[in-house]
Design a protein around this ligand. Structure first.
Ligand code: SAM
Length: 467
């Protein structure tokens, strides 16, 4: 028989943790991690896991609510894991994000920062995303409230976002406030037609079903790309779906599809097939135009991407004669943005299609001093590349969440650039990596930028200067 779980009362929530969970303390200073609550709430907690230094649990009762709370805009809030902080006032969201960056730099990185700049908030806190990926599933998420009603519950198919912590259950979405409303219309239309025409949804446990994912991208120039990902290669049904989407949404600039019969959802190793229109969309930041293909990474908050890149330009203080490396360049976004200000810029990226986009983007913008190499940065950024293009004056890195590979840190340290600009969507790994460079570099400035309102995610730029 399992041990009875214990409830602890009157826990005051004081902070937000690394993964967005609330952190509370009792009168004895014991730390509690709970989902859903916000700083300022006082709650009772049923402890599910007890360690010597902390307890993890769920809120059983709210004794009082925080003044930092606000009414969530979205009806899916609480079910959908997408915008976990919608019940926290935006001013408070950015306050806790800024604090988190400083915490990890001090606590994890033991980094002395010369200048901590205040976080730059988003001007637009809804409809800020240029890309959403919806999933179709034979099983929808059913909430406890629904189960508690006496009515018959439909456990059937749904299109939306995965329920956090459940790989096979989808929270059905009817209106998401993250992307322009056409995205809702496209998703809802396919859902409605699927029910009419018996287009099956993907069963992730058994790996079958026609409709698997739907990727919707748009640009501030008003261009739209839709990619329908099918889990089964049934030609007749695929044609039916694509024809229906094309007929209902003739304004789409790029309508494409993928047949993905493998075990995971990634389309990076799959062929993307054109159905109608172009195979890309065009975005513009400042003077630079970007051709964005279906497999290329592009910052998901376009308006704030420009703010981020302007900060990079400001921190780099380029005079015009520098050799700059842009590691993890994607489709060359930062490299092309700064190209005019330096002697030459070299971008390295592992996705070949993104580098093809980067090269086309050079032509599109009539830029002649950018060079791109495809491959893993840990292998490509080496002494041969440095011999080929020259010793870097400035290195910009913008790696994914796991941060820099130790070999990359070593090559950077060997190359000894005057400045390193480290852009990161994960300040914990950023602090870890900067810690490894502290002997040779000082952390001059850190500049957090909010790119993802209502989530705990935070972008941070660090300027390091050679000692
Ligand atoms: C956070 S994105 C940054 C892209 C770009 N700097 C921008 O602002 O749009 C990280 C990029 O690194 C690429 N990437 C991830 N791991 C990589 C690796 N080991 N070597 C090279 N590129 C990698 C991803 O494909 C993605 O394009």
């Amino acid at each position: 028989m399992g041990r009875k779980k214990k409830e602890y009362q009157d826990i005051r929530i004081t902070d937000i943790g690394d993964k967005g969970q609330a952190i509370g303390r009792d009168g004895d200073g014991v730390v509690y991690f709970v989902p859903d609550a916000v700083p300022g709430d006082v709650v009772d907690v049923l402890v599910l896991r007890k360690k010597s230094s902390y307890r993890k649990g769920i809120v059983t009762r709210y004794k009082s609510y925080s003044e930092e709370r606000t009414k969530p805009k979205c009806t899916h809030f609480g079910q959908c894991g997408g915008c976990k902080w919608q019940h926290l006032d935006y001013q408070s969201q950015i306050k806790y994000k800024e604090k988190k960056v400083l915490d990890v730099f001090r606590r994890l990185g033991h980094i002395e920062i010369k200048e901590q700049r205040p976080i730059i908030p988003c001007a637009k806190i809804f409809y800020y995303r240029n890309k959403l990926e919806y999933s179709f599933s034979t099983r929808r998420w059913v909430s406890q409230e629904e189960l508690d009603t006496q009515e018959e519950v439909d456990f059937g198919q749904a299109v939306g976002f995965y329920k956090a912590g459940h790989f096979d259950k989808i929270v059905p979405i009817t209106k998401c406030h993250l992307q322009d409303d056409l995205s809702n219309q496209i998703r809802n239309y396919i859902d409605q037609e699927a029910r009419k025409f018996d287009w099956t949804y993907y069963n992730i446990r058994e790996h079958h079903g026609l409709l698997r994912n739907l990727i919707v991208r748009n640009s501030r120039l008003g261009e739209w790309m839709v990619i329908v990902v099918f889990g089964e290669n049934v030609e007749e049904k695929i044609s039916e779906v694509m024809a229906a989407v094309h007929q209902r949404f003739p304004q789409l600039d790029s309508l494409q599809y993928v047949i993905n019969e493998k075990m995971n959802d990634s389309i990076h190793d799959q062929v993307v097939l054109a159905y109608n229109g172009k195979n890309h969309i065009i975005e513009q930041l400042g003077e630079i135009k970007y051709k964005i293909g279906p497999k290329s990474f592009f910052q998901t908050n376009t308006q704030q991407a420009k703010v981020l890149y302007d900060q990079i330009v400001e921190l780099a203080q380029l005079k015009g004669d520098e050799i700059v490396y842009d590691l993890y360049t994607g489709l060359g976004s930062i490299a092309l943005y700064i190209a005019k200000g330096c002697c030459k810029v070299i971008g390295i990226e592992e996705i070949p299609e993104a580098i093809m986009d980067a090269k086309e983007n050079m032509d599109l913008n009539k830029i002649e001093n950018a060079f791109f190499e495809v491959g893993d940065v840990k292998d490509q950024f080496n002494t041969d590349i440095i011999k080929k293009y020259g010793r870097p004056d400035v290195i910009i890195v913008d790696p994914p969440r796991p941060g820099l590979h130790a070999d990359v840190v070593n090559t950077i340290l060997k190359a000894q650039p005057e400045k390193i600009i480290y852009v990161s969507c994960n300040p914990s790994t950023q602090a870890r990596d900067i810690n490894l460079m502290q002997e040779d570099y000082t952390a001059e400035i850190i500049q957090p930028v909010d790119m993802f309102p209502h989530t705990h995610h935070i972008e941070n730029i660090a300027l390091l200067k050679k000692k």
